[in-house]
Design a protein. Structure first.
Length: 339
């Protein structure tokens, strides 16, 4: 069994994504020379890609078992809320607050998974209900605890994370690129850990088996409810990490964190080769799919495209991605029948 959907298909898809990204960068760069500006274009572009890659991984975690997480943005806000409380009210250091927020995100994700397994209700319905519940809870907490509808305390190191690039990390006379934000390290760590989970760890392989066929997985001795809860807990933790990255980028923790995460959370994984029906994921593909959508967004913005045009373009990309997902699913079924 493989972690990723048929290796040759995914390799071709990733190669195609890389080629398309390079082509678009060259096209946008030729039309607007400022597209290659390290500090004012590439740095914020890669910072956005960092955050949205983690968001994509949060959705990928539940897609692996054939579920959806409609509340991914609100879980990001939930985790970020605990981080804001940790910094503003409890005066915790940067990474202690981050750890608390990740635990909170994992807990709300696990609760969601537990509701799904005990009630038998579809993940779409449960996560949609969780989205509304968290919206009310988070708004209530911010209105009761804060005076400016935001936690604005910045612990030591937060400003540096927002502003510093790899150019600020030097070994002797050799320094990194000024276009790559230090926040990118968080995406690399998340990709590495999630990749290890699905490629090497038993829990990840069992999640993929649940996504392929939950009945067969249960008959083979896999604790299906446990893997469902685990997948949703992982999704919640990754969503909270994305909320942290967005708060660092914006400079404060607000109730609106994650409100625009829904569409990107699907675009990256589905464009990258993760199946909506479960059983196959692509971590590198998620990064490439996210990069493609953000390059398109940035390029069109610099060309003066309206907000409506951007939304139309991203919607068209999602429809194309869903069509590709369906085609891959049908082709896979036909090949299985021929064998």
């Amino acid at each position: 069994m493989t972690v990723l959907a048929p290796k040759r298909v995914l390799a071709d898809q990733r190669t195609g994504l890389v080629a398309l990204i390079v082509l678009l960068v060259l096209v946008f760069g030729s039309l607007r020379a400022g597209f290659f500006d390290e500090r004012f274009v590439l740095f914020p572009l890669l910072r956005d890609i960092t955050t949205l890659t983690v968001v994509g991984l949060a959705q990928l975690a539940v897609l692996s078992i054939g579920h959806l997480n409609i509340a991914v943005g609100r879980m990001a806000a939930f985790g970020a809320m605990f981080m804001g409380l940790a910094y503003d009210n409890w005066h915790l250091p940067l990474y202690a607050g981050l750890a608390l927020g990740l635990i909170a995100g994992a807990a709300i994700g696990a609760l969601t998974g537990l509701i799904i397994t005990t009630s038998g209700v579809n993940s779409f319905v449960v996560t949609l209900a969780m989205d509304f519940a968290l919206l009310g809870l988070i708004s209530l907490v911010y209105s009761e605890v804060t005076t400016s509808a935001a936690f604005v305390t910045k612990p030591a190191g937060m400003a540096e994370l927002r502003q510093y690039s790899f150019a600020d990390v030097c070994v002797g006379d050799l320094c990194g690129s000024g276009a790559v934000p230090q926040l990118f390290v968080f995406a690399l760590i998340a990709m590495g850990l999630v990749g290890y989970l699905f490629r090497r760890a038993r829990a990840g392989r069992e999640m993929l088996m649940v996504g392929t066929n939950p009945v067969a997985a249960e008959l083979s001795g896999i604790d299906v409810p446990r893997r469902i809860v685990g997948a949703h807990a992982l999704s919640g933790a990754l969503a909270a990490l994305a909320g942290f990255l967005l708060a660092v980028t914006g400079g404060s923790f607000t109730a609106g964190i994650g409100s625009e995460f829904m569409l990107p959370s699907f675009l990256g994984p589905v464009l990258g080769g993760t199946l909506l029906t479960g059983g196959a994921v692509s971590i590198l593909g998620t990064f490439l799919g996210t990069s493609l959508t953000q390059v398109i967004r940035q390029g069109l913005t610099m060309l003066g495209a309206s907000v409506e045009s951007l939304s139309l373009s991203l919607g068209a990309i999602l429809l194309a991605a869903l069509s590709l997902d369906r085609i891959r699913h049908v082709v896979g079924e036909r090949r299985a029948v021929r064998r």
